[in-house]
Design a protein around this ligand. Structure first.
Ligand code: NAG
Ligand code: NAG
Ligand code: NAG
Ligand code: NAG
Ligand code: NAG
Ligand code: NAG
Ligand code: NAG
Length: 328
């Protein structure tokens, strides 16, 4: 009787220990995918801790969820080179894919990424990825953050990205993107993301559909956008930061109404004409720049407008009044 109990107890303890240690191990399919990734990158030093005899949940650059499935793959400043391995698509529970500051990461955006249905955070930034931004990224429904900035991406922006219902921020800045801003960016299906498209070669008119959107931050600076941008402003907008500097924009500023929520406005280096509206004195601006345009007339006195130095206003057609010279 006693020995039976002892035997039973030891078996119980053994199996608890055995199974708990087993369930602690990373999933064999994830293990295989990670080893394929390591091999595709030619066993780089940054992945030296990826030892198949150790629990992969404890490896460098990865994290597991509570079911010991790989949830995060995040590599930066490593000695990786070559294209993104196909095997990244074989981590079905991945929520965060972050490859950053990898000078020698090249080639196109890997198609197998579309299999990562749980992906919430995708950052491929400060790398040397080339080719176009693929349409299929619009299928990653759960994305809240998409950052492809600082790459060598070319071609036009796919309109399909506006299908991403949960997106908080879209960073496509500092690439070689051409063509227009997609019309569909005036109709994001769910949330309205902050939009960063600066330092590209985007051209044509800003689609007027964008007037429907309440971007928190919108940065279209350093492109070749032309025509009107006045529809980006409205008295009841929530937009806080708006930068369209260094484009070819040409519109009359005189009748534009600015929202009280605007804190930062940069219009420098365009062909904007007319005068600075008096209504701007009631906006609590923290930063402001209308230099290098074709503005004229007296700078309205009051609010924050005299707190900016002359370089916020210089190089216009005939602006005058503080902080510039007084009007004649
Ligand atoms: C990138 O590749 C170049 C040329 O092969 C090499 O000299 C450089 O060290 C690599 N950079 C990194 C961070 O691995
Ligand atoms: C891309 O590669 C070029 C040349 O190999 C290098 O000068 C540049 O810094 C790289 N870009 C990034 C973002 O790493
Ligand atoms: C988003 O993630 C949830 C789990 O977090 C999952 O159930 C759902 O299928 C995912 N959405 C899509 C479109 O795959
Ligand atoms: C960047 O793209 C250009 C073509 O747009 C190509 O000539 C260049 O080699 C690419 N640079 C890298 C580092 O991939
Ligand atoms: C401006 O921001 C405040 C919160 O800071 C918000 O309550 C208000 O609704 C915003 N105004 C508009 C017009 O969106
Ligand atoms: C800009 O619009 C204002 C108000 O409608 C108008 O008086 C002015 O002549 C316009 N300026 C130019 C340069 O067209
Ligand atoms: C405004 O922009 C111009 C042109 O880029 C720049 O020279 C100037 O320093 C800026 N002024 C302020 C106050 O940011």
């Amino acid at each position: 009787m006693n020995t039976n109990i002892t035997l039973f107890l030891s078996l119980l303890i053994f199996s608890i220990l055995f199974y708990s240690s087993l369930s602690d191990l990373c999933n064999p399919d994830d293990l295989k995918a990670l080893l394929n990734i390591k091999q595709a990158f030619n066993n780089p030093y940054v992945l030296a801790s990826w030892d198949p005899n150790k629990n992969c949940c404890h490896w460098y650059c990865v994290d597991c969820d509570s079911n010991n499935r790989i949830k995060t793959l995040s590599i930066s400043y490593g000695d990786l080179s070559g294209p993104i391995p196909v095997a990244v698509g074989d981590l079905p529970y991945l929520e965060r894919l972050d490859l950053r500051k990898l000078t020698n990461l090249t080639g196109p955006i890997q198609r197998s990424i579309v299999k990562l249905k749980n992906l919430k955070f995708l950052r491929l930034s400060w790398t040397n990825l080339s080719g176009s931004i693929p349409d299929f990224l619009g299928e990653l429904n759960n994305l809240t953050f998409l950052d492809l900035s600082h790459n060598n991406l070319s071609g036009s922006i796919p309109g399909s990205l506006s299908k991403l219902q949960n997106l908080n921020a879209l960073h496509l800045d500092r690439n070689k993107l051409t063509g227009p801003i997609p019309e569909s960016f005036g109709a994001f299906n769910g949330k309205v993301p902050s939009l960063y498209l600066s330092h590209n070669q985007l051209s044509g008119k800003i689609p007027s559909s964008l007037s429907n959107m309440d971007f928190n931050i919108i940065d279209l600076s350093r492109n070749k956008l032309e025509g009107d941008a006045s529809f980006l402003f409205r008295i009841n907008k929530r937009t806080q930061q708006l930068d369209v500097s260094r484009n070819l924009l040409e519109f009359n500023l005189s009748t534009v109404k600015f929202s009280m929520n605007l804190t930062s406005l940069d219009l420098n280096h365009n062909k904007i004409f007319g005068s600075i509206p008096t209504q701007l004195t009631s906006v609590d601006l923290q930063s402001f720049n209308v230099s290098y345009n074709r503005l004229c007339g007296q700078i309205p006195f009051g609010g924050k407008l005299q707190s900016f130095d002359y370089s916020s206003y210089f190089h216009n057609k005939c602006l005058c009044g503080a902080p510039l010279e007084s009007c004649k």
